[in-house]
Structures are given as C-alpha cells and as structure tokens.
Design a protein around this ligand. Structure first.
Ligand SMILES: [Zn+2]
Length: 61
C-alpha cells in the first residue's frame, strides 16, 4: 500500500508528531504529512490549523 498524507493524496515526506485537539480533548499522534500540509500546520503555530472540526499543531505540547 502506498503511504499517503493524512490530509490529501500526496506522498508523505515524513512522519510528524502532532497534537490534535478540540476543547479538552487531546490526541497525540504521529501522522504522515506531505510537504504542503507539514508547512501548513507548522505555519499555524500554537493556534493550530483548523481541519475537520479539530485543531492541529506540530509537537505534543
Ligand atoms: Zn497533504
């Protein structure tokens, strides 16, 4: 099976530790991300990138 980015059909560049949260719910995940989505989440910084009703940021804290 060809690995895919968590958010699109691109080939992932790397596995990235991300925090996915909504209110008090927090999930610490490692997900495959393409360059575009890695950049997008990194750029959103501490506020996180909003997607699918959750916010996402790099790192687990
Ligand atoms: Zn992507």
């Amino acid at each position: 099976m060809t690995p895919r980015c968590q958010f699109c059909t691109e080939r992932p560049r790397e596995e990235v530790a991300v925090l996915k949260w909504r209110g008090e719910d927090r999930d610490r995940l490692t997900v495959p991300l393409c360059m575009k989505h890695h950049a997008r989440i990194a750029k959103a910084g501490a506020r996180g990138w909003e997607h699918g009703g959750f916010r996402w940021k790099t790192g687990w804290w």
